[in-house]
Design a protein around this ligand. Structure first.
Ligand SMILES: NC(=O)c1ccc[n+]([C@@H]2O[C@H](COP(=O)([O-])OP(=O)(O)OC[C@H]3O[C@@H](n4cnc5c(N)ncnc54)[C@H](O)[C@@H]3O)[C@@H](O)[C@H]2O)c1
Length: 312
């Protein structure tokens, strides 16, 4: 089987590539390196199933045409995306171009070749105000241009499933963390907190810190993405992945820093787009795929800390 991973030089992408290679699938990576890095996939370059890396953009239709024509992918794992809520508020056009037009470009090529599209959406599409774990039937709401772009892309993808019978699946991972995630504003809160803590800096929490997140360790996320992509049972479906446990950002900061004195609260930069509670109901992933997260938050944080320590 031949697979394409867009955004494969990014954080979740490189782990997805790693899992696919482990499962002996041919893997081809397309990434424009706007937020990914070639060194993230350097260790795979000698792997017999690693078929190539192209530095290119999903907005380049001609490039996509050539790659799809030459490689005849069975499955495309589509992770290439702008990922920052704040950046989407500052520059919605860029987010809409990459996440919507880029997804449309992928769909058009996939349609010509009947390649399956595995689309990586996000838990940020859900509505505020949820008290219970969120399943896939929970109401959605475009609280930011980022969320709107993912919801739009999801709808484009479903339209190709209904209209052209294209095999597709939409995945909504909850907040994912682990080694290779950036510790800056383009990264995630766990990497940012660990980096600040290792550098003996204060941890800055936006707003009250009572907002909760369900943190999914990246190897569990990549395992979910690959399992969902390879299964026929998932076609046409939307599937969540998380741990089923949420933690407030205040508690998370204490878990990482231990010392409460170095935790500061600062005004939230986008309170209007903040979701106060995010906790995943992953029963659909479990019943369809037998998937369950394996890594506890403590263990995942320890692995991430070890990796970040080596990078500093
Ligand atoms: N990190 C999370 O918590 C999380 C949670 C849910 C969903 N997601 C989704 O998972 C996917 C991967 O996210 P990530 O956290 O690994 O971020 P990331 O930024 O590390 O990965 C995205 C990759 O896409 C590449 N890219 C961006 N625009 C591109 C373009 N126009 N053409 C080609 N490549 C392009 C970037 O260079 C980067 O390598 C994204 O679709 C994101 O929305 C992430």
């Amino acid at each position: 089987m031949k697979t394409l991973v867009t955004g494969g030089a990014g954080f979740i992408g490189r782990w997805t590539v790693k899992y696919l290679l482990k499962e002996k699938y041919d893997v081809y990576v397309l990434d424009n390196l706007s937020n990914g890095e070639e060194k993230n996939i350097a260790e795979f370059k000698q792997h017999p199933y690693f078929k190539g890396f192209v530095r290119g953009d999903i907005l380049q239709r001609d490039l996509l045409r050539v790659i799809f024509e030459e490689e005849n992918f069975d499955i495309c794992f589509h992770l290439a995306s702008t990922i920052s809520v704040q950046e989407s508020l500052d520059n919605p056009l860029e987010t809409f171009k990459v996440n919507i037009k880029g997804t449309f470009n992928m769909l058009e090529e996939a349609r010509r070749k009947n390649s399956k599209i595995v689309f990586i959406s996000t838990c940020m599409v859900y509505k505020k105000g949820n008290l219970k774990p969120i399943d896939e039937n929970y109401p959605i709401s475009p609280l930011s241009p980022y969320a709107a772009s993912k919801l739009s892309a999801e709808n484009l993808i479903l339209s190709y499933y209904y209209a052209y019978n294209l095999p597709v699946v939409i995945l909504r991972p909850f907040n994912t963390y682990g080694p290779y995630q950036k510790g800056n504003s383009e990264g995630g809160v766990i990497s940012i907190f660990i980096k600040q803590n290792l550098k003996r800096e204060a941890l800055n929490i936006y707003g009250e810190g009572t907002q909760t997140r369900d943190f999914l360790y990246v190897e569990d996320c990549a395992n979910f993405i690959v399992k969902a992509g390879l299964s026929d049972k998932t076609t046409g479906k939307i599937i969540n992945a998380g741990t089923g446990k949420d933690i407030s950002i205040n508690e998370l900061a204490k878990l990482i820093a231990h010392d409460g004195d170095c935790i500061h609260h600062i005004p939230h930069i986008h309170p209007q787009s903040e979701i106060s509670k995010l906790c995943c109901d992953y029963s659909r992933a479990e019943s369809l795929l037998g998937w369950k997260p394996k890594t506890s938050l403590r263990k995942g944080i320890a692995k991430t800390r070890e990796w970040i320590r080596k990078q500093l």
